[in-house]
Design a protein around this ligand. Sequence first.
Ligand code: FAD
Length: 489
Amino acid sequence: MKKKVSIIGSGFSSLAASCYLAQAGYEVTIYEKNDSIGGRARQLKKEGFTFDMGPSWYWMPDVFERFFSDFDKSTSDYYSLQKLNPAYKVFFGNAESITIEDTLEKIKIRFEKEEPGSSIKLQKFIDAAQNNYNVAIKQLVYRPGVSPFELVTPETIKKIGQFFSTIARDVRKEFKNPKLIQILEFPVLFLGAKPSDTPSFYSFMNYADFGLGTWHPEGGMFKVIKGIHDLAISLGVQIKTGANITSINVNPQKEVVSITVNDREIKTPLVLCGSDYHHSESLLEPQYRQYSEKYWESRTFAPSSLLFYVGFDKKLINIDHHNLFFDVDFEQHAKEIYDDPQWPQEPLFYANFTSVTDASTAPGGCENGFFLVPIAPGIEDNEMLRETYFKKIISRFEKLTDQEVEKNIIFKESYCVKDFIEDYNSYKGNAYGMANTLLQTAFLRPKLKSALVKGLFFTGQLTVPGPGVPPALISGKLVSGLIQKEHNL
Ligand SMILES: Cc1cc2nc3c(=O)[nH]c(=O)nc-3n(C[C@H](O)[C@H](O)[C@H](O)COP(=O)(O)OP(=O)(O)OC[C@H]3O[C@@H](n4cnc5c(N)ncnc54)[C@H](O)[C@@H]3O)c2cc1C
């Protein structure tokens, strides 16, 4: 008889793990509390507009390709990819902006215009970042974070200093122009912490940005979820939506015996939690939880977000597919996220308009806008605050892009802390999980395998290797490897 694995959640990490486990011969069922799959990467389709509700930057295409190739498939079997040119546009104050194009050569020319001599420094910086990428993404992240020795390799020993310096320090050593500094510090924001708290080794994110480029799956990021879903189904995975898990049940021998799904007990010897780690442990009796409330309280969490999904009844001008609005003080905003959590006075924000390059995502002559303001997790969230911030960013948007847009809004929905908690059982309403800082890297993150309960495993952005879609795919692979090792068929 096949061994049964029950997976909680249908985010990227759960879907990825389900494919590996089904391929290895397990009987896999996914239980998702929401009515649609994808977790934070769900899709919102309304009034002819299509929005990705969460992730929008398709970076590290090699990781996606490696995932599908593990099943003798390719990304092109499920979706088509376009390399964006320009990759993105960054707005600064005084009506200035910098467009980042699709090759390092073009980006170097743009850097040189801002700061003479910077193109040579940029080449050196990206060469080192590429070297880190080869060590980190091709080797280290595929290790399960079980022991510190996983990180000790001939390559990492040479790089030890890079774990004790920071991206902020390295960038400032080489570049003096504040705009270039902000651009080079932007990629590590995906890891969920301040550049001044992110080890230099993470410069591999800069190689992902300038070296590998920004891609777009036609139809949006949800096409990737759909692709992995189709792969999972073809491998025999069962997916149940509207299936809320309310407890993980353990016997006196400290073995998983069952889960409770919508008040019904389902027997299962193996449970893999792809729901947020903090919530997953709350499904256990307290004595079976590995991490205390004090532990979670003391971690650096990645930000939450105030999001707006907006439909405009016209095409907008002076924007690209991805746009960063860095026209206010980043240091102040970062303090209001990490050091003294509160609503930011003047927030940086990000906006994407996938309809600029992908006509399938908005009705003809219209534009779909996704606006994101990073905020501290756990802060107060109400309609009035959301609207105040919408007014703030949309008026800045109009000024910086030199057009009126507010009166052209025909569709608008917001999403914030309360929704992250209600929809995903997210700890404090975090958007991107637990940050990757020096003390929250690899074996120092919450573990993939429970040390207290036999047959219980975890995956996703609060565990190894960290936040983001590529790490979620890797997390699914790592945990399925551990399950196969410990509970082989
Ligand atoms: C606004 C936003 C923007 C982002 N932008 C990017 C980006 O541009 N690029 C990038 O690479 N990454 C980005 N990310 C991060 C990326 O989306 C996540 O890291 C990734 O999708 C997380 O996947 P996961 O499997 O860990 O968790 P999730 O997607 O959160 O999946 C967990 C699932 O568990 C379900 N669940 C919870 N509790 C239960 C229960 N009791 N019973 C049943 N099911 C349950 C939830 O409903 C959810 O579906 C972004 C995230 C957000 C929110």
